[in-house]
Design a binder for this molecule. Structure first.
Ligand code: NAD
Length: 322
C-alpha cells in the first residue's frame, strides 16, 4: 500500500513514517522543511519503500498514482509560528488541506487530517468531549491556527459531502517526544533546552494552566488506528493525565538535573500569559477507547526520560561532563 504523509519530516511525521515503514508500507513524504528537517527523515533515506518530495502543500500536490491513504500533517504547530507567520499558516490550513483533498478525490484515497485540541479554544468546560463546539476567538493572535484547523475540519466535511472522499479527523492534544526541534517554541522542548543550558525555564502565565501530554509513539499509533477504522467523525487523540504547566516544568528540570548531575534544577521564570492561551485542557478519550481500542500507554516519567536522553544525545552534554 502506498501512503502519502504530508509534514512527514516534522516531529510527529517522523514517528508516523517510522511506524508505517515498520508495517511494510510504501511511504511518500511531502514536506517543504518549513518547520521540519532533512535530519528527521535521514534514517529512512536508504529504505526502498521511502521517498521524499520537496513541495509546499499550498501549491497543487504532485500526483501519486497508486496512493491509497494520505495522512495530512503539514502545518506549523508552535505558538511562536502563529505570531511569525499567521497568513502562511492560514494558507496552509485552507489551501494545503484543499490540495490534499483534491488529490484524494482524483485517486480515491482515504485522508486522515491532523486537527487539534485548539479547535476547542479556551474551553468553558473542564473535560472536552468531541461534541463540545469550542470557545474560539476568531480575531486574535491564535486565530490563524485555531480557525485554520476548524476550516480544515469543515473542508473534510464538505469534500465528504460533495466528492465522497473518505475522511478521518484526529483532534490531537499536546504531544511531545524525540524529534521535536529544540527551538520549536512548545513547552517541553523549551523546558529541556533551557535546563540543558542552565538557564531559567520560561512559563507564560503563573504556571497553573493545565495540559495533558502524550508521548509521540502513542499519538501516532492512535492516528494509525483511526485511519484504519470505519469511524468518520472527529476523535480526540491525547492523554487524560492532567497536570499544571508548572508541574511539567518541575518534572522536566528535575530529570535534566539528575541526568547532568547538576546540584539543583534550574529556576522557573514567569512571563505574562499569552493572549487566548487556554487555561485548562483535558480531553475526554472515551470515544478513542470505544471506536479504536486506543489509549496512551507510555507513562509521563518514561516519556520525559526518553525525550531528555534524545535531546542530550542530539545536542551534546555540556563539555564539563564528558
Ligand atoms: P512540526 O512542525 O514538527 O511538523 C510539521 C511538518 O509540516 C514540518 O515538517 C513542516 O516542514 C511541514 N510543513 C508545514 N507547513 C508546510 C507546507 N505549507 N508545505 C509542506 N510542508 C509543510 O509539527 P508536529 O508537532 O509534527 O505537528 C504535525 C501536525 O499535527 C500539525 O498539523 C499540527 O497542527 C498537528 N498537531 C500537533 C500537535 C502536537 O502536540 N505535536 C497537537 C495538535 C495538532
Amino acid at each position: 500500500m502506498t501512503i502519502v504523509v504530508t509534514g512527514g519530516a516534522g516531529f510527529l511525521g517522523h514517528h508516523l513514517v517510522k511506524l508505517l515503514l515498520e508495517k511494510g508500507k510504501r511511504v511518500v513524504v511531502m514536506d517543504s522543511f518549513w518547520t521540519g528537517s532533512q535530519e528527521n527523515i535521514a534514517e529512512f533515506a536508504s529504505n526502498p519503500n521511502f521517498r521524499h518530495i520537496l513541495c509546499d502543500v499550498r501549491e497543487p500536490l504532485p500526483d501519486v498514482e497508486d496512493v491509497e491513504q494520505i495522512y495530512h500533517l503539514a502545518c506549523p504547530a508552535s505558538p511562536d509560528d502563529f505570531e511569525r507567520a499567521p497568513i502562511e499558516i492560514l494558507e496552509t490550513c485552507f489551501m494545503g488541506t484543499k490540495n490534499v483533498l483534491e488529490l484524494a478525490t482524483v485517486r480515491r484515497a482515504r485522508v486522515l487530517l491532523a486537527s487539534t485540541s485548539e479547535v476547542y479554544g479556551d474551553p468553558e468546560i473542564s473535560v472536552l468531549p468531541e461534541s463540545y463546539r469550542g470557545n474560539v476567538n476568531s480575531f486574535g493572535p491564535r486565530s490563524c491556527y485555531d480557525e485554520g484547523k476548524r476550516t480544515l475540519e469543515a473542508l473534510a466535511f464538505s469534500y465528504r459531502l460533495k466528492n465522497n472522499v473518505e475522511t478521518r479527523i484526529a483532534r490531537i492534544f499536546n504531544a511531545y517526544g524525540p524529534y521535536m526541534a529544540i527551538k520549536d517554541g512548545r513547552a517541553v522542548p523549551n523546558f529541556i533546552g533551557a535546563a540543558m543550558d542552565g538557564q531559567p525555564v520560561k512559563i507564560y502565565g503563573d504556571g497553573s494552566a493545565t495540559r495533558c501530554f502524550q508521548y509521540a509513539t502513542d499519538c501516532v499509533e492512535g492516528l494509525y488506528a483511526l485511519m484504519n477504522s470505519d469511524y468518520d467523525n472527529p476523535v480526540n487523540i491525547g492523554s487524560d493525565l492532567e497536570m499544571t504547566v508548572g508541574d511539567i516544568a518541575n518534572k522536566v528540570t528535575r530529570v535534566v538535573a539528575e541526568k547532568l548531575g547538576q546540584k539543583a534544577p534550574v529556576a522557573v521564570q514567569y512571563l505574562p500569559k499569552r493572549v487566548d492561551d487556554p487555561t485548562r485542557r483535558k480531553p475526554d478519550i472515551t470515544r478513542a477507547g470505544e471506536v479504536l481500542g486506543w489509549s496512551p500507554k507510555v507513562s509521563l516519567d518514561d516519556g520525559i526520560a526518553q525525550t531528555v536522553d534524545w535531546f542530550l544525545e542530539k545536542h551534546g552534554r555540556p563539555k564539563s561532563l564528558m
